[in-house]
Design a protein around this ligand. Structure first.
Ligand code: ADP
Length: 402
């Protein structure tokens, strides 16, 4: 059975499709949906083992048209018959969904009920589900939630110190995100170390455009840096991460901004972008290397925040077997890994500079590269994440359970 994985945004659909062995057989991106200059890129693996790509340009009226184009691309590749299920990435599952969940009307209703918690993300994910269910009612559809892996957070980690009624009536608590990525790389790391995940204490660092850390004890998430929304925690490409909530009230009162303006600025115009004007870490590193002061400051704040969390999570876990770097920055940016690990001998972390320099996770066997010193107590790994593959596997396992 092939599984098609959809990640629906407000004006785009990203997809990848996998065969029974988990081998990727198609991928693509439909973008600028609803605009006159839409664009759909499809890559399909042919029977000869060669990939063929097509690019279609022109108006794509809505998500239904985008989805139809994806199904046609699979059909052109000769995969129409094998498609057995669709897995949907859903950002927020609230406290309600802690497992991948086959979708029916009642589940759809419960996902809709989470929209107030994730107004920036869930509506687009829901559109993808509605369209795919309508156009392919013959296929089982499964929702896989970014929050689900963090369903194991203990109350001490997931509660905010606010009135209990805010938690009870408005769902105000830490949920955490990037769960499919943290879960995937934790398993890969355990396999690489040749030890059962159940025995390991590790910290996974997902450093992409969005960024979060998770403390994982015996395979269970026990603390994570994103909160009610993906805004909390680390410095990201365009998100601020942690800040004193009083900053918001100060801006509302003193700068005359509206709540929507503050929300937008903290999500889209802050982080590395806010500090130095660029959000792509490669560009920030290049500028810092050329002596640009604001780019250097941006990197300093970025690295400092990661190190602060790393120390805190080592304390939360009380022991540490591995730290795992993943996503665009974690997998590739040796300079950031070096700065994050520098001087952390007190935690048993010792990077081997020669191993780290130039190392890319995707080039290691199984997408894993070991970066630590031979006699370090804590393994430092770069692991290539694959959120879509994880969603495909979780989709399969959810369907096996029903
Ligand atoms: P997303 O969260 O959008 O999936 P990615 O995981 O692709 O993001 O990460 C994007 C970030 O990774 C960007 O800031 C990019 O600059 C950074 N990145 C990608 N490759 C490298 C590299 N070789 N060196 C440094 N940073 C990199």
């Amino acid at each position: 059975m092939h599984v098609l994985v959809l990640n629906s945004g407000s004006s785009s659909i990203k997809y990848r499709s996998f065969d029974d062995q988990g081998t990727e057989i198609a991928s693509g991106l439909v973008e600028r949906i609803g605009e006159t200059d839409g664009r759909a890129t499809h890559r399909v693996l042919g029977p000869d083992g060669e990939w063929s790509s097509t690019v279609e340009e022109g108006a794509i009226d809505d998500h239904a048209a985008g989805f139809a184009g994806i199904v046609q691309a699979l059909e052109r590749g000769g995969y129409a018959q094998e498609l057995g299920a669709i897995g949907h990435r859903v950002v927020h599952g609230g406290a309600e969904f802690v497992e991948p969940t086959p979708i029916d009307e009642a589940v759809l209703e419960r996902i809709r009920a989470q929209v107030p918690l994730a107004p920036l993300h869930n509506p687009a994910n829901l559109t993808g589900i509605e369209v795919a269910s309508r156009l392919r009612p013959d296929l089982p559809q499964v929702a896989v939630f970014d929050t689900a892996f963090h369903g194991s957070l203990p109350p001490a980690a997931h509660r905010y110190a606010v009135p209990g009624s805010w938690h009870d009536q408005h769902g105000v608590r830490r949920y955490g995100f990037h769960g499919t990525s943290h879960a995937f790389v934790a398993r890969q790391a355990a396999a690489h170390l040749g030890r059962p995940l159940e025995d390991l204490a590790m910290i996974t660092l997902h450093l992409g455009n969005g960024a979060s850390l998770t403390a994982i004890d015996g395979g269970r998430s026990v603390e994570t840096s994103m909160g009610l929304s993906p805004l909390e925690g680390l410095v990201m490409g365009t998100r601020s991460g942690d800040l004193d909530p009083a900053v918001v009230f100060h801006l509302l009162r003193e700068a005359g901004l509206t709540p929507d303006e503050v929300e937008r600025t903290l999500n889209r115009e802050s982080g590395l972008l806010g500090l130095c004007g660029d959000n792509d870490l490669r560009v920030v590193e290049r500028r810092a290397g050329d002596g640009d002061g604001s780019a250097q400051l941006a990197l300093d704040v970025y690295v400092h925040r990661i190190r602060k969390y790393l120390g805190a999570y080592a304390a939360v876990l009380g022991r540490l077997d591995a730290i795992v770097f993943t996503a665009g920055v974690g997998e590739n940016a040796a300079g950031i890994r070096r700065r994050v690990c520098a001087g952390l001998g007190l935690l048993g972390i010792r990077l081997d500079d020669a191993r780290n320099e130039g190392a890319r996770a995707s080039e290691g066997p199984g997408g894993v590269v070991a970066l630590h010193h031979d006699d370090a107590e804590v393994a430092v790994l770069a692991v290539a994440t694959d959120e879509e593959l994880e969603i495909a596997e979780q989709t399969r396992s959810a369907l096996r359970r029903v």
